[in-house]
Design a protein around this ligand. Structure first.
Ligand code: ATP
Ligand code: MG
Ligand code: MG
Length: 282
């Protein structure tokens, strides 16, 4: 492969979406694998996309947490903007769910605890992720979680400057207040975390429909379906976490991701985790 900046040897493409591609590469100086996110060439002269890419790099580099993908380097070569990051050898949580189906309750809670720890750290730094979905959660071969893709994240201090009401993230994880046209807040991340938890426990999305608009309407109007209807192994206490995170009214949700993390911790205790199971009399 070609060398980027005389240092990074590009191997294969491992992902990408609308505005960027992600490659597996080798850092020839430190002799290790890295992932490099590159702004697509067609956007090399597009001020808006350059600004967005810069914002992503800024948000991601300002965070330092074991459950957030580490950014090693940001640079530019011949108009190509790139971001060098920790390579996560594994798969996305989406692929994980597709491959193995609903995740066992204790494992789903373990995974959620790592994701909430990452988002709590972002929130402490006043960064709202806005694009929490299984495609943006990486899981390595040891089951360690790394949250990635701060592509549409916003710093709350700069909200008025950069945040628009336009819906940028996936409609499947869209909070009711955003569906209504409001700005994304920490509470809207909590809503997306609840939808993500639902998906892990059931292997399906709570709301689907013919069009993005019909899905957005369901986030606004339809009750979150019962997790236990799709997976009888889920204790009521765990279903309650999904329900509280996905409350329509932000005031009825967890106040902080940290609070949600605490509920997950309690749900993992032996008395709680066995709640739904039949215990034979002794
Ligand atoms: P776009 O902005 O163009 O829509 P994107 O923002 O979705 O693209 P990412 O989510 O950052 O781009 O990355 C796309 C995919 O690349 C991920 O879903 C994942 O499969 C893979 N990927 C991203 N970062 C890494 C990494 N550090 N290690 C391994 N794989 C990664
Ligand atoms: Mg992504
Ligand atoms: Mg993105």
């Amino acid at each position: 492969g070609r060398l980027l900046n005389d240092r990074y040897q590009i191997k294969e493409k491992i992902g990408g979406g609308g505005m960027a591609d992600v490659y597996l590469a080798k850092d020839t100086i430190l002799d290790r694998r890295v992932a490099i996110k590159v702004l697509r060439l067609e956007y090399a002269n597009d001020e808006e996309f350059i600004a967005r890419f810069d914002r992503e790099a800024q948000s991601a580099t300002s965070l330092s947490h074991p459950n957030i993908v580490t950014i090693y380097d940001v640079g530019e070569e011949e108009q190509i903007l790139y971001m060098v990051m920790e390579y996560v050898d594994g798969m996305t949580l989406k692929e994980f769910i597709q491959r193995y189906g609903p995740v066992d309750v204790p494992e789903a809670i373990e995974i959620m605890k790592q994701i909430t720890a990452a988002i709590a750290h972002a929130h402490e730094n006043d960064i709202v992720h806005r694009d929490i979905k299984p495609q943006n959660i990486l899981i390595d071969t040891y089951g360690h979680i790394k949250v990635t893709d701060f592509g549409i994240a916003v710093a709350l201090s700069a909200t008025s400057l950069t945040q628009t009401n336009s819906i940028l993230g996936s409609v499947h994880y869209l909070s009711p207040e955003q569906a209504r046209g409001g700005l994304a807040t920490k509470k809207s991340d909590i809503y997306s975390l609840g939808i993500l938890f639902f998906e892990m426990l059931t292997g399906r999305l709570p709301f689907s429909g013919q069009s993005p608009v019909s899905i957005a309407l369901k986030h606004l109007q339809s009750d979150t379906p019962s997790v236990r209807r799709f997976n009888q192994d889920v204790p009521q206490s765990v279903e309650n976490i999904v329900l509280k995170a996905t409350a329509k009214d932000p005031f009825h949700r967890y106040n902080t991701v940290y609070e949600m993390e605490e509920s997950l911790e309690v749900a993992l205790s032996p008395e709680k985790i066995n709640e739904s199971k039949y215990v034979p009399p002794t």
